[in-house]
Design a protein around this ligand. Structure first.
Ligand SMILES: [Zn+2]
Length: 292
């Protein structure tokens, strides 16, 4: 069952039961609704639409896409009347990588065959972009790191931040830049917030925001340091098998166990990336003692 949660008077969060607890949001105003992302599978996006239009009786005016990844954008064609807003880079990536990905996904999964690629009509590059609808102000901020095009959405009046995949139980690094990821996480600490809606997983409440952000930054810096040290000691990728989530004091069962796979992918990514720049330290190359 799609989980529907009210995080402020007029702000709703929809959490998928079918794919990795991915989230979407709706900001309800007398002038209509602004959605933040869609869900991956049509049946859940339809359910979300029905809830907003039938139950809340609110027409949908805007659809903000936080980044081009499939799990956040595949429902966009269910809202043909909405003005679609994103970062300019998101439009570009949807039109290239996204187009190819959708075709492939449709070949593999018949449930996705009816979907159409939707390209945002309102885009911005520098930001922040302030979007006003009814009595709400949404501030869209570029926050690259998880992906190049990612934006976060602050609902100013309610102090609710839709952080998208900048915040999720384990950061996913491979399609972005981990240094930018850290900067985007640090930026979140500047806001005064009531709630943060993560791209995947549970809503983070006010008292937990600081420590959750710090833990995500620490995860990235620890992965970087451990992989760097392994490379300096001439270790191979498979030598990092011990460096799993429990060894870092983290749960390996969140997102139905998917976090363990995400962590493995992060190690692969970091190992490949750093192996281009880090070489084994000379004093750590093992010499035969007899030589000296
Ligand atoms: Zn995602």
């Amino acid at each position: 069952m799609l989980q529907i949660e009210r995080v402020a008077d007029d702000v709703y969060v929809f959490t998928s039961d079918l794919y990795a607890q991915v989230t979407a949001g709706a900001v309800i105003t007398p002038a209509g609704a602004a959605l933040i992302d869609t869900l991956l599978f049509p049946q859940e996006t339809r359910e979300m639409r029905k809830f907003i239009e039938k139950k809340l009786e609110c027409p949908i005016r805007y659809l903000i896409l936080t980044h081009y990844h499939a799990d956040h954008t595949y429902g966009a064609s269910f809202f043909p009347e909405a003005e679609v807003v994103s970062h300019a880079k998101c439009r570009e990536l949807l039109d290239t990588v996204g187009r190819v990905g959708l075709k492939r996904a449709q070949q593999q999964n018949s449930e996705l065959r009816g979907l159409k690629l939707v390209l945002p009509e309102v885009v911005f590059s520098e930001g922040p972009l302030e979007l006003r609808l009814g009595n709400k102000t949404m501030i869209l901020n570029h926050a690259p790191g998880h992906s190049e095009d990612l934006i976060t959405v602050l609902v100013k009046e309610d102090k609710v931040l839709f952080a998208s995949d900048t915040m999720m139980p384990i950061p996913v690094l491979a399609d972005g830049d981990y240094k930018e990821y850290i900067e985007s996480l640090k930026y979140i600490l500047n806001y005064e917030l009531e709630n943060v809606v993560q791209g995947h997983g549970e809503v983070v409440l006010r008292g937990e925001v600081g420590k959750t952000v710090e833990a995500l930054i620490e995860y990235i810096t620890t992965v970087e340091a451990e992989v760097k040290s392994a490379l300096e000691h001439g270790k191979r990728r498979k030598d990092l098998a011990y460096f799993d989530l429990p060894s870092m004091g983290r749960s390996a069962i969140l997102l139905s166990g998917l976090v363990a796979d995400l962590h493995e992918a992060n190690l692969d990514y970091m190992y490949d990336l750093l192996s281009k720049t880090v070489s084994a330290l000379p004093h750590l190359i093992e010499y035969d003692e007899d030589v000296f």
